[in-house]
Design a protein around this ligand. Sequence first.
Ligand SMILES: [Zn+2]
Length: 187
Amino acid sequence: MKITAEEAVRALLEHAGDDPDREGLLETPKRVAKAFGEWFEGYATDPKEHLSKCFTEVGGYDEIVILKDIRLESYCEHHMAPIIGTAHVGYLPSDKVVGLSKLARVVEGYAKRLQVQERLTAQIADAIEDVLKPRGVFVIIDAAHFCTATRGIHKHGSSMITSAMRGVFRENPAIRAEVMALISDRR
Ligand SMILES: [Zn+2]
């Protein structure tokens, strides 16, 4: 038997020990179901489209493009708990570049799904690599997992750092070191 999202939320409220029929909770299943539409809006998008729509040819530019401190809001697929942090994305163009906001859109498109941080990091790098065909791309994510911060081992204040390095960023230790220095600069 398939139940609706609202019925499922009702069951969770009961599971938590509350009474889904008390006044304050009456509208909660509807609100949660609606909020899911925003929290998981990534499923309705193809993040690569943000990149393919909007590239321009810029002959001659051969420096690294970096977008730092992108707000990251994702959800752990093991607990459906928030993963909140920061993403840094950069690439060394071959001939295509995109507006910086498009990089943030790609992060968001993959983040607004149920994720593990390692896969999220790789998916963002893969998308940029596939569409822009840069000489290199890197993605670094620094995020706190609410499932470990608020339950289990209660590791409050700890964060997890993952990185995906492709092309020159993987092959060239000097460039990789330069990137890590740029990213950690403002801490
Ligand atoms: Zn978790």
